[in-house]
Design a protein around this ligand. Structure first.
Ligand SMILES: *Cc1c(COP(=O)(O)O)cnc(C)c1O
Length: 434
């Protein structure tokens, strides 16, 4: 890793490496958080989240737009509240996220409900609170929604998420816009979808939507996808529908290593002529871009060992805390919280979980960090805590929000005894014969 890239990664997180204080986020030395909160701990930087939202907002100029934050990237209420206060809406994918978004203060009309497998209970909850858009992903779901809306006597604005059949150059697990995947209504079924809407007394077509994947660093797939969306808009209008929103999804990539991410302007500017021509409000659903770079995972070295010619640092954060390296072979930069003199050495930074796939980084040049020393895993604001689990009966990390010179725990570390509190050790004890 060149030092230029490292500087860029630190700047993305609003971190500086102070010769005496070590890594400082805003005005808070991360070592203070390590000392007071313990590890592993996620830390999110409010100033960066605000900065990103503002930059994206500005990229639209005077074009009517809505930014609906994808809650699944990081659903902590403090993060949601911050974005809601900035004027963001919320893109949700479950009934749980609906409750979370409402609890954080998003007004229902600014909520978009996405997802391929919404259950009746989830659709009814959306109808009951009156979410802004329900984005349907199949004809079956559209029929179901039509029936439920009529039963409930609730009107609902529908978005049709189409599958624009474009490929985005990203990890196959986070590519979602190609034909034959589970996402979106295939474009050749749009006519049928419009016919269902014609018959549905309580449904109004409000938007055409797409979401082509995640961690995308090239504007071309959005341009192609939007061209497709505009063709479909003409089809919908010709059939007598009047959608007022084009939803171009999320997916804007960030820097994890040496990527050159798109700026918001480089993402949106090529789309502006088509969007203006459409006469629609544009809606975007970024998750990772808003929060990914704003978070770090603090973890301490538990033991060091040398085995099979490899230098290994075992840290107290595992794949249950941060799954991305194991799931996507994702690269996260790892920096000592406090630098100590000495040569960098290729090190496997692994977790304590009983899986060979439990690593944060392999053969990574790392400055010396002794047992007890802390490192910061960068780019841990999105799909990080949100994907954590209790595997190995491990309590999920604490979460902290830093704002200027202040910091606060916004989710305490889980208590171990809570992890099995609701389990029933002897379910048949009452009924057993004496
Ligand atoms: C996950 C998701 C997003 C957010 O994707 P990012 O890559 O985090 O921007 C947006 N829209 C939908 C429908 C999603 O499923």
């Amino acid at each position: 890793m060149g030092s230029g890239v490292l500087s860029a990664l630190l700047a993305d997180a609003g971190l500086r490496d102070d010769p005496s204080l070590g890594l400082v986020m805003g005005e808070v030395p991360l070592r203070d958080i390590v000392d007071r909160t313990g590890t592993p701990t996620y830390v999110y930087h409010a100033a960066i989240i605000r900065e990103r939202f503002t930059a994206l907002d500005a990229a639209f100029g005077d074009l009517p737009h809505r930014i609906c934050y994808a809650v699944k990237a990081n659903g902590n209420l403090a993060v949601l509240r911050l974005l809601s206060k900035m004027g963001a809406g919320a893109d949700i994918v479950s009934g749980g996220e609906l409750l979370r978004a409402l609890a954080a203060g998003f007004s229902p009309d600014r909520i978009v409900f996405s997802g391929v497998g919404k259950t009746d209970e989830e659709l009814i909850a959306a109808l009951t609170v009156g979410v802004g858009h329900v984005n349907v992903e199949s004809l079956a779901e559209l029929r179901r929604l039509a029936m439920l809306a009529e039963l409930q006597g609730a009107r609902v604005t529908v978005g049709i998420r189409v599958n624009p059949d474009v490929t985005a150059d990203t990890h196959p697990y986070i590519s979602t816009g190609k034909g034959g995947l589970k996402f979106g209504v295939p474009t050749d079924q749009l006519d049928e979808a419009l016919a269902i809407l014609d018959e549905a007394s309580h449904l109004t077509l409000g938007s055409l939507a797409m979401h082509i994947g995640s961690q995308i660093t090239d504007p071309t797939p959005w341009v192609k996808g939007l061209e497709r969306l505009c063709e479909l808009l003409a089809v919908a209008r010709a059939a007598g529908h009047a959608p007022t929103t084009l939803d171009i999804g999320g997916g804007l990539g960030i820097r994890y290593r040496d990527e050159t991410p798109l700026t918001p302007a480089a993402w949106i500017t090529p789309l502006i002529p088509m969007l203006r021509e459409s006469g629609c409000t544009v809606q975007v659903e970024p998750g990772r871009y808003l929060v990914g770079s704003a978070g770090v995972l603090l973890t301490r070295v538990v033991h060091r060992k040398h085995s099979g010619g490899r230098e290994i640092a075992i840290v107290d954060a595992g794949m249950n805390d941060l799954l991305r390296p194991s799931l996507y072979q994702a690269w996260h930069e790892i920096v000592p919280v406090q630098r100590t003199p000495g040569e960098e050495q290729a090190t496997d930074i692994v977790g304590p979980v009983c899986e060979t796939g439990d690593f944060l980084a392999l053969e990574r040049p790392l400055a010396p960090v002794a047992a007890g020393g802390a490192v910061a895993v960068l780019g841990a604001g999105a799909y990080a805590f949100a994907m954590s689990s209790n595997y190995n009966t491990r309590a999920r990390p604490a979460e902290v929000l830093v704002d200027g010179d202040r910091w606060a725990v916004v989710r305490p570390r889980e208590r171990l005894t809570d992890l099995f509190r609701d389990e029933i050790a002897d379910p048949f004890a009452q009924t057993e014969a004496p």
